[in-house]
Design a binder for this molecule. Structure first.
Ligand SMILES: Cc1cc2nc3c(=O)[nH]c(=O)nc-3n(C[C@H](O)[C@H](O)[C@H](O)COP(=O)(O)O)c2cc1C
Length: 203
């Protein structure tokens, strides 16, 4: 198993999947990982709906605004769709605002747990929420934060140190490259002064 640091470094958003189901056991384990996440005030407003019935999976797919994703991060091709979803909900009776912070931490746990199981994950916020709530009969007091698409990866994007642009790009083999800002560009020591930045030399 990779170290925790290596797992965090290697985790990538996966948008193309093999047409192979994900077991219920794995889906439950991923939700189980999500529920251990940090939560401001320990309120834990998140709830989860696992979707793995093919008809329901297809309905969730239709609720994602894939059309808004910019190339090369566009919609999965036919036969490459997520095999299952976890819908991340926020109970508005427990927390009226700020629940997305809880959800972000929960989704990060879920994504790393999926990775450990050999699965890929994508968090999607760009959704037809009304339609999704209706399809899945989600009660009024639960806000749909996002959905996590899951499956066996059919692509292996790589992260790289950022140059001028943070925009992901595809190489001639179709591999997605995801630029991440350099440590030297995001970190200062003992105050925010340029002089206190790490230089690339000493990283
Ligand atoms: C809150 C949130 C919402 C996101 N929504 C979408 C989305 O609607 N569609 C999509 O294709 N990717 C979505 N993503 C994935 C990001 O585009 C992705 O994390 C980013 O490109 C960096 O790639 P990485 O996850 O491989 O590091 C979302 C990520 C987060 C954290």
């Amino acid at each position: 198993m990779p170290s925790l640091y290596a797992a965090m470094q290697k985790r990538r958003t996966i948008r193309r999947f093999k047409s192979k189901p994900v077991t219920e056991k794995d889906l439950l384990q991923i939700v189980d990982a999500a529920r251990w996440a940090v939560s401001p005030g320990n309120i834990q407003p998140c709830e989860y709906v696992i979707v793995n019935l093919p008809r329901r999976v297809s309905e969730v797919f239709d609720c994602v605004k894939w059309e808004n994703a910019a190339a090369p991060l566009s919609a999965p091709r036919a036969g490459e769709r997520p095999a299952a979803y976890i819908v991340v909900l926020i109970d508005l009776m427990k927390k009226k605002s700020g629940g997305s912070t809880d959800a972000a931490a929960a989704v990060q746990n879920a994504s790393l747990a999926a990775m450990e199981l050999g699965l890929g994950a994508i968090r999607i916020e760009d959704l037809h929420r009304k339609r999704l709530k209706k399809k899945l009969k989600i009660p009024h007091h639960l806000h749909v934060d996002s959905v996590i698409g899951l499956g066996n990866p059919f692509e292996f994007p790589v992260a790289e140190e950022c140059g001028d642009s943070v925009l992901p790009w595809a190489d001639p083999d179709g591999v997605i490259h995801v630029p991440k800002r350099r440590l030297a560009d995001v970190c200062t020591m003992n105050g925010y002064r340029f002089a206190h930045r790490y230089t690339r030399k000493n990283i």
